[in-house]
Design a protein around this ligand. Structure first.
Ligand code: FMN
Length: 417
């Protein structure tokens, strides 16, 4: 078995697999189950100070299935954040940490646009021993009506302000979870990193309408005949998540999305960290290219990838895009908590096949193969020209001159006979 351990923002995880915020981390019972099955970390369901303002409906899910196999490939939800009282959560965080002192427990938090609320939720959660925070700037439904979730995450100015409040109050690492419902995901991410967050998590769900029932003519999921657009997740979102994680990683290395990432990036030092929560000795670079370590603006920060992961191979793809950890939410709702064992075996098999001993050996490796479309055209034209020349027996490289065919080769290069 390859070494799957990950060190991220000073946290030591036995493997990169993290329960993503949602139903699989919705109370102490299920969080304990996740640790017992071997998950590398658990991000609890998002909590807020005033749970009585959160009112869920049922049904609140709708699924997309493949036509023949009936496999679930897409999942829409209109679920809100946790409707359980904040005090109950504090008790349960404590219970979980007592039962699993080595388990990495991350609190996902969300509040209204008020400094005192964010500072209070941070201070009270860290008092009971959680290991890190994930700031939910990304829930696409329900909460935006209170200017929370994605409504905040779509405004880099607000992200910057809130991350600044949290960074000042937090004594443990902070990740900011991004919404994919935005044109340039790098903008709020950069705002969060500049304000002092240790890491970025992406993506949350994609705003969607699952479909319309052709008998009742009502859109799904129907609640008393009506619906709202919801968040799309599961296998079907993976290509979009991969693209956004690639864009984030590229930004963190100091390049621009769609441009070739230079092997040696400019050595501009990263912006000064506002806090020193993480010992620099415990920070590993976001990724390594063939023989050089890049030195982008945010190479000392971390990236947690989310979106449609159900296998070790899916995870490997996100690690190759520069992620340090891999979150899974819907996959656990379909396959159960035991999924982590299969994913670890599959990831280990991928690493053995390539001779990778640790995850750091290949993290971010595939980012170097993104370039511009114009560059693809140029590369293809160069290869075609070389093939044509070789077919016609023309020398295009000095090393192919041949003493026996020297005159013949010279003749073929003449243009005006
Ligand atoms: C039913 C459901 C509830 C969710 N609730 C939350 C939540 O409370 N907080 C949050 O940050 N993300 C929430 N998410 C989003 C997931 O954490 C994740 O970002 C998204 O579903 C994509 O990953 P996946 O394809 O592995 O599910 C929820 C997702 C689902 C399916």
């Amino acid at each position: 078995m390859a070494d799957l351990r990950v060190q991220v923002d000073g946290l030591e995880l036995p493997n990169p697999f993290v329960i993503g915020s949602g139903p699989p981390g919705t109370n102490a019972n299920v969080i304990n189950k996740a640790f017992e099955e071997g998950w590398g970390a658990v991000i609890a369901k998002t909590i807020s100070l005033e749970a009585d303002k959160v009112q869920n409906v049922a049904p609140r899910y709708a699924r997309m299935r493949a036509t023949d196999s009936r496999e679930v490939i897409g999942w829409e939800n209109i679920e809100l954040i946790s409707d359980r009282p904040f005090e109950t959560w504090l008790d349960e965080f404590k219970q979980v940490k007592d039962a699993h002192p080595d388990g990495i427990l991350i609190a996902s938090i969300m509040e209204e646009y008020r400094k005192d609320a964010w500072v209070e939720i941070v201070e009270r959660c860290q008092e009971v021993g959680v290991d890190a925070f994930e700031l939910n700037f990304s829930c696409p439904h329900g909460l935006p009506e209170r200017k929370m979730g994605a409504a905040m995450g779509q405004e880099p100015g607000i992200v910057s302000e809130v991350c600044g409040w949290v960074s000042q109050a937090a004594t443990i690492p902070v990740w900011a979870k991004m919404t994919p419902n935005i044109t340039h995901i790098e903008d709020p991410a950069r705002a969060a990193l500049d304000a002092g967050c240790e890491g970025i998590a992406a993506i949350n769900t994609i705003l969607s309408v699952m479909g319309v029932d052709l008998n009742t003519l009502r859109p799904e999921p129907t609640v008393e005949g009506y619906t709202v657009p919801g968040g799309y997740s599961c296998k079907a979102v993976r290509p979009i998540a991969l693209r956004m994680v690639m864009e984030l990683a590229t930004m963190m290395y100091g390049g621009n999305s769609g441009q070739l990432i230079p092997k040696k990036l400019d050595a501009t030092p990263p912006p000064e960290r506002k806090t020193e929560r993480v010992d620099p000795a415990h920070v590993s670079p976001v990724g390594t290219f063939d023989d050089e370590t890049p030195s982008g603006h945010y190479m000392d920060r971390s990236l947690s990838a989310i979106g449609g992961v159900e296998t070790g191979d899916d995870a490997a793809e996100f690690l190759l895009m520069g992620a340090s950890t891999i979150q899974v939410c819907t996959g656990v709702m379909i396959h159960g908590y035991g999924l982590v064992k299969t994913m670890c075996e599959q990831l280990s098999a991928f690493m053995d096949k390539h001779g990778f001993k640790t995850i750091d050996e290949f993290r971010g490796h595939s980012l170097q193969y993104f370039t511009t479309h114009a560059e693809l055209v140029r590369r293809q034209a160069d290869i075609k020209a070389a093939e044509k020349a070789a077919k016609a027996g023309m020398v295009t490289q000095d090393k192919t001159w041949d003493g026996e065919k020297f005159v013949e080769q010279s003749d073929k290069l003449v243009a005006n006979d």
